[in-house]
Design a protein around this ligand. Sequence first.
Ligand SMILES: [Zn+2]
Length: 165
Amino acid sequence: MRPVTEHDIRASFVNCSKGEAKRLGLPRELAGHPWDDLDFLGWRDPGAPERAYLVTERDGPLVGVALRVTSGASRAFTSRSMCSLCLTTHTSGGVALMTARRTGEAGRQGNTVGQYLCADLACSLYARGKREAAGGGVADESLTPEEKVARMRANLYSFLDKVAG
Ligand SMILES: [Zn+2]
């Protein structure tokens, strides 16, 4: 994706108020991100770890989604979970359930959409083989990185559709 500025990010959110978008904590060192390897910028709020955000370009304009991280019951160390975007499997703590408030009336009524995502939101890097899950791995090794990236994007867009739907 193209490098984005603080202003771009704060203006992109579809499922939180303007006030929330203005106050949310941005990733540190925005300029240093490996933009060429990112399909979306995802981060945990440095000041509020139970909040996470992702911002992506979809057909041009930026779309930002605010997420709540649900820390479920801690699992046994040996259990594995899979990210629903990049399908990377992680051991305990590497995957977190994140919920997004839906846009519009549905969101005002409290409807949310939940997805299991890589806890560090670095799916773009896992799909490209630029980061490896500790003790985990990618389920389907027969795909090329390009195919994994395409699959992750499709999963991401279907998530965005559910948030906006
Ligand atoms: Zn992932």
